[in-house]
Design a binder for this molecule. Sequence first.
Ligand code: TRP
Length: 337
Amino acid sequence: MEEIVSKKRMLSGIKPSGDLTLGSYLGAVKNWAERADQYECFYFMADLHAITVRQNPADLRRRTLEQLAQYIACGLDPEKNTLFIQSHIHQHAELGWILDCYSMFGELSRMTQFKDKSAKNEENINAGLFTYPSLMAADILLYQPDLVPVGEDQKQHVELTHVIARRFNGIYGEVFKIPEPFVPKVGARIMSLTNPTAKMSKSENEDTGRVLLMDPPEVIMKQFKRAITDSDTENCVRYDKVNKPGVANLMTIYSAVTGKTYEEIENEFIGCGYGKFKPMVGEAVVEHLRPIREEAQRLMKDKAYLESVYRDGAEKASYVAEKTLRKVYKKVGFVAK
Ligand code: TRP
C-alpha cells in the first residue's frame, strides 16, 4: 500500500511597508521559491503589521499588490504556494487578541524590535507596535507550520511565539504546533552597500546603500559603483567578513546571483581591484533582476489576475486558519455560535 506522507508546512510574511530590496529577495523570497516542491507553503503580505507605523493609505494599497506581483515574479508560483493578504483573513486579528492575553508585558517590553522602533518613532509609540509579536505569533500558530523562515532580526519574535504557544498548550493541551525558526545561511543577511555592518533595509527611504528589486539598471549600477569597499591597502577580492565587511557583502551578493562559491569568486578576480569588481557585481545583479522586474511590471498591469491569486489564496488560508481558531475559541471557553 502506498504510504501517504504529508509535506511539512512552511509560513512566512513580509510587511508591505517599503519596496522589496535586493536583501529581502536574496535573503528570503528567492529561498522560498526554491522550496515549493518540498513544503506546503503559505506566504502573506503583512498589512496588519504595516500600520504599526503610519502609512499613506494609497501607498499601502499599491505596495501590497506590488509585493504580490513581485513574489510571483520572483518565482513563487501561485499554483504551488498559498499567497494571501493578511487582512483578508480575519482570524489573524482575532487570534492576535486572544494571544495578547497570553503574552506578558515584561516579555513584550524586552523585544529589541520594539525598543528600536520606539526609539525611531517617539511620536507614535502605539499599542500595536508593542503587541506586534502577539499578532505575529497568531499569524504563525493559526497555520500550524513546521518551519518559519525569517531573517535574523525576526528570530526573537519566533522564539517568543514558542513561549506563548507553550504557555497556551500548557493550560489547554496540545492546541498549537511549536514551529522552528529557520534562518537560511547564504544570503541570510545582505548588508547596506554604504554601511556594510547594517542590514540593507527597506524602511530607510534615503539610504543610498540599498538596491530595490524594481530599480532600473542604471540605478543599480550607480549603487554598486559607490558601494563602500574596505580601506585596507590590499585592494584584493578576498572573503573576510571581520576585516573586509564591504567586500564580503559584495561577494555574498555575487555568489547568490551567480551560484559561484567564494573560492571561485576569489579566483575569478585575482589581480583585479575593487574598482573593477564593484561594477561586475552590479552587472550580475542587473542581469539577474531584469526578468523579475519585467515580469512584475507585466503582472501589475493585470489586476484581474492578481485578484484571482489573492482570492484563491485567502480561500485556502482561511480554511486552515478557521480550523485552528475554532479550536482555540472552544478551549478558552467561548460559547459556540
Ligand atoms: N515581522 C515580520 C517582518 O517584519 C513580518 C511578519 C509578520 C512575519 N508576521 C509574520 C514573518 C509571521 C514570519 C511569520 O519582516
